[in-house]
Design a protein. Structure first.
Length: 542
């Protein structure tokens, strides 16, 4: 099943390098990955290759650029994840290779003079052997206890927990570049507060991006002086074997509370919502009956003979109305055999999105559901009316059959325009199709298209009519991937009843009637209803 899923995603499996059976200890790219101890170590073969390549620099005076220098760089890069400060130890050799100014394409066999300090700049081989080789599996980010040892540093000095320190530059450093001075300021500040920082994680705050890059990347190759300064800025500690990601820190306050949960921010956002409340239309911007009537006549019918433009517009609009899906959900529908299945006789169709599709609401329990559409067969008075209808199953079936000759993608909706014909449709273009279909339907009926049309209005229109026709809120939420009905009540619900106040009052005496009220508390002998939004409930007789 996993192999079939990867094939559907378009991946090619390399069986020579793959291990199909699940194991807890495996070898990959010269590394021994052990999921039991959660450690990654080097293989003996990779250690032997590294030692052999390093021996070339010790035996001869000249070495080949590609076979020696670049090969050693590649081997060193493959082990930096399991060698403590491996990237920092590799920087000196990178600087030496960059100083040769040789091109690996035009000068692959060029020989360079072996510098006596080359071997000393690479990771010591005695540290790469033995049972202690390896590092914890993961990204290498410290995940331990972290306190307020925060050191903001600038050209004016540094502070930590209210303690400040500053000084003047010596005549030798005063003539250095600003970036070098900023980096030395970090080093002097850490050295001054060393007795407070030892054995703890340290967060260094500086406004110089070059300094941040050279510290986080363990040196660099663009500036040799900056690289040498960065090498001495390491403060030893008990658990300080990497650097902590400060992404969370810049989004937290001094009280260790995320900004979004801070009391002041919550009060501000609450006041902003009161000053600028959410506004939404209470009545539909366009008439669904007008649009559906236009889709049943020319130029949208008959679908087997009209232009591809009208077939595409009708299909996407019917699918948007009958599924109430977002545009990205509609774009994800695929015509692969595993994603689209038509029942015999055209009674229903099952549509599924592409397996690689990630929905907008990832944590929702209703993500990526199977959409099952049943054929719509109202009572027809003639054979002509039966042929000209708004059945979504028939529309999808005709659309797929008419595009099978020129489509080059498995995506359901493809472009029909000449410059981009047969190419998959983007979300923006799919939105334009839906708006264009509604506008064209109004023009076909001799009406002016309403202003402010949007693709998202189809969700509110479809769900509001479904509720008015008796579909439960639970079924509506399950169909449109809403965890609770609050989203529908606050943002999407529209008044599609069309009843006036007089009609609603006069129909109270009708058995099984439905009453629509807003903002009232109705007290009955048996039940009481507190209505905050538009609500529908049956009349309770006593």
């Amino acid at each position: 099943m996993v192999i079939d899923h990867l094939s559907d995603l378009g991946f090619n499996v390399n069986w020579a390098k793959s291990r199909v059976e699940p194991v807890q200890c495996t070898e990959y790219l010269g590394l021994n990955i052990n999921s039991l101890s959660y450690r990654v170590t080097l293989l003996e073969g990779r250690l032997a290759s590294l030692k052999h390549c390093l021996s070339l620099f010790q035996l001869v005076k000249f070495v080949t650029f590609r076979l020696a220098c670049l090969h050693l760089l590649g081997l060193m890069a493959s082990v930096i994840s399991v060698v403590h400060l491996g990237l920092l130890r590799m920087r000196d050799f990178q600087c030496w290779v960059a100083a040769l100014c040789l091109c690996p394409v035009s000068s692959p066999q060029q020989q360079g003079e072996n510098h006596p300090n080359v071997c000393g700049s690479s990771p010591p081989m005695e540290r790469l052997s033995g049972p202690h080789v390896g590092s914890p599996a993961g990204k290498g980010i410290i995940q331990g206890n972290y306190d307020d040892r925060c050191v903001p540093i600038g050209m004016g000095g540094a502070t930590m927990l209210g303690r400040g320190v500053n000084g003047t530059w010596s005549p030798g450093l005063a003539r250095a570049h600003l970036n070098i001075l900023e980096l030395w300021a970090v080093f002097f500040a850490l050295k001054h507060f060393l007795h407070f920082l030892q054995g703890r994680h340290v967060l260094v705050k500086t406004d110089n991006s070059v300094v941040v890059a050279y510290i986080n990347r363990q040196g660099g190759t663009h500036s040799l002086q900056l690289h040498k300064s960065a090498r001495v800025s390491h403060v030893p500690g008990v658990l300080n074997r990497g650097w902590i990601s400060y992404h969370e820190e810049i989004h937290c306050t001094r009280e260790r509370v995320p900004v979004g949960q801070h009391s002041l921010v919550c009060h501000f956002m609450k006041g902003a919502r009161r000053k600028l409340p959410v506004s939404r239309p209470l009545i539909p911007l366009w008439d669904l009956s007008v649009v559906l009537d236009a889709l049943s006549h020319h130029p949208f019918e008959p679908m087997e003979a009209v232009g591809m433009k009208f077939v595409s517009l009708k299909t996407v609009l019917l699918l948007a109305l009958t599924t109430a899906k977002r545009v990205n959900d509609l774009q994800a529908f695929s015509i692969r055999p595993s994603c689209s299945q038509f029942a015999p006789g055209g009674t229903k169709v099952c549509l599924r999105p592409n397996p690689a599709f990630v929905p907008k609401v990832v944590e929702s329990a209703y993500r990526c559901p199977t959409v099952e559409l049943l054929a719509f067969h109202p009572p027809f008075s003639s054979g002509e009316e039966q042929r000209l209808n708004t059945c979504p199953v028939q529309a999808v079936q005709v659309y797929v059959s008419r595009t099978v000759g020129f489509r080059k993608a498995h995506q359901l909706f493809v472009s029909w325009a000449t410059p981009y014909k047969c190419k998959p449709l983007s979300r923006q273009r799919l939105s334009h199709w839906i708006v264009e279909a509604i506008s064209l339907a109004y023009k076909c009926r001799g009406l002016q298209p309403p202003k402010g049309l949007s693709t998202h209005s189809t969700r509110g229109m479809a769900t509001s009519w479904a509720l008015f026709r008796g579909v439960s809120l639970q079924d509506i939420c399950a169909a449109v991937s809403w965890a609770t009905p609050h989203t529908f009540v606050r943002f999407y619900r529209l008044d599609v009843s069309g009843l006036s106040l007089a009609q609603a009052v006069l129909e109270v005496n009708t058995p099984g009637s439905v009453l629509l009220l807003t903002g009232w508390i109705c007290l009955w002998p048996l039940q009481a209803y507190a209505l905050q939004e538009w609500s529908i409930f049956p009349i309770v007789k006593h």
